[in-house]
Design a binder for this molecule. Structure first.
Ligand code: FES
Length: 146
């Protein structure tokens, strides 16, 4: 009887630990940090130059910042197909895993993906840095004018 109780307790402790780890993983999915109520997924320093028609990665390499003639916008780097991180290559985005390609605005160009790259919220902080938040999806036409 004593051995069975010990086993039960051990299994209960293991199950509780697995549950806590699962919850922690669910809440840390964006791998960002919190600034008040904002989730900061990536940061683009104010001094970072970017020309129209090009894309740069943020400090955390989770979001692409793109500039066009209407302003700036941010695209989640995770490929909607299976989550690999897309690269910028000669005017479009390409996924290294299964070669889906996306237009500069994140819309689908070709490949197995069924969804466009997510356009995410971008705003300025008090220091003039651009802050991207992948937990907030915005319209593909949305632009930050600076
Ligand atoms: S994960 Fe990007 S195409 Fe499959």
């Amino acid at each position: 009887m004593g051995t069975k109780m010990t086993r039960r307790k051990f299994i209960s402790v293991v199950m509780a630990a697995v549950g806590l780890l699962t919850l922690k993983g669910a809440f840390s999915f964006t791998s960002g940090s919190s600034q008040g109520e904002k989730i900061v997924t990536d940061i683009f320093p104010s001094a970072q130059p970017i020309t129209i028609g090009s894309a740069v990665l943020g400090r955390r390499e989770m979001v692409w910042l793109v500039r066009d003639d209407k302003g700036y916008y941010a695209l989640d780097r995770r490929c909607p197909h299976l989550g690999c991180l897309v690269k910028w290559e000669e005017g479009h985005f390409i996924c290294p895993c299964h070669h889906s390609k996306y237009q500069v605005d994140g819309s689908i160009f070709s490949g197995p993906t069924g969804k466009a790259l997510a356009a995410v919220k971008l705003e300025l902080d008090e220091k003039g840095n651009m802050i991207a938040d992948t937990s907030q999806i915005v319209s593909r036409q949305w632009r930050l004018k600076v």
